[in-house]
Design a protein. Structure first.
Length: 299
């Protein structure tokens, strides 16, 4: 079983405008509502690829109920902790000449709720995959990822961490199966600006030396780079298309990679991961299998 954990899921309200004028009334040309968060996004793309998962995390209030209902409608198993106070956040994404995001704060997660999540993790068994994705709310301890991997350290699981900064660096001691920074985040972790593939490769190897088994680095339109657990490097150029949406592209890449690696083929895993990320970037929503197939045919 694949488990995804989303600490702060959201209702995303996407508004399209010709051009936003600050301090004035703006009228949209179109709107969409989606339900997710990084872990949920991974679950949704895995579903497109025929891989079941169980979505964990925290939901609250009427927005939390809407999120959980939508995830279930997608055919994804859920086991969220329901918080007694507050509402799951609403994020406003403004698509104009530039992308602008207004992200809500989300509800407070108290200690009893956090303990309930850890009890749910008791169901994780040898051979399962656990995906930790995204930032964590201020109300949670900064070492929450470490605490989760420590609890699971007595089991033979595949841990996937899609995070940045200290949140990622501090879990490398648990030797996660996969980490996936983008090239900007990779540079920030080491205090450098990475401008070439050779530089990206050098610092991706540093993450592997620190404990990561596989390091997948997304490079926007340049594609992606992988250092596999055998120490081999793989590069996949980006697919061609018109970028419509950057939200969820990295999550889609994680899902595609995990689907592709099931046969132990790193090249195909990188190819499918890059196609999944591109399919989301070139769509108004998350990647569909049809869009992924279209990109894979570009070769």
């Amino acid at each position: 079983m694949v488990y995804t954990i989303t600490f702060n899921p959201a209702v995303d309200y996407v508004v399209h405008l010709e051009d936003i004028k600050v301090g004035a009334v703006n009228r949209s040309t179109a709107e969409e509502i989606s339900f997710g968060g990084k872990g949920i996004n991974v679950s949704m793309v895995l579903k497109e690829l025929g891989i079941p998962s169980r979505a964990l995390g925290f939901v609250a209030g009427f927005t939390g109920e809407a999120i959980e209902n939508k995830v279930k409608e997608m055919g994804i198993e859920t086991d969220f902790v329901r918080l007694k106070r507050g509402n799951s956040r609403i994020n406003v994404k403004i698509q104009s000449s530039q992308e602008t995001e207004l992200n809500g704060q989300g509800p407070q997660i108290d200690q009893p709720a956090l303990e309930e999540l850890f009890r749910k993790l008791d169901a994780v068994q040898d051979g399962d995959t656990v995906i930790l994705a995204g930032s964590i709310p201020d109300c949670l301890p900064s070492d929450i990822y470490e605490k989760i991997l420590e609890q699971l350290s007595d089991r033979q699981i595949q841990a996937v961490v899609d995070a940045t900064g200290e949140l990622l660096l501090n879990v490398l001691k648990y030797k996660p199966f996969l980490v996936k920074p983008n090239h900007f985040e990779l540079g920030e972790m080491f205090g450098v600006a990475l401008r070439t593939r050779e530089e990206i490769l050098e610092y991706a190897k540093k993450l592997q030396e620190m404990g990561a088994r596989n390091v997948l680095v997304s490079m926007a339109e340049e594609g992606a780079l992988l250092i596999d657990e055998e120490g081999e490097s793989h590069i996949r150029a980006g697919y061609q298309g018109t970028v419509k949406n950057s939200v969820g592209a990295g999550d889609s890449m994680v899902a595609g990679f995990l689907a592709g690696i099931r046969d132990g083929d790193y090249e195909y895993a990188l190819e499918l991961g890059t196609a999944a990320g591109g399919a989301t970037a070139f769509s108004d929503g998350l990647a569909t299998w049809e869009k992924m197939k279209e990109l894979l045919e570009q070769k």
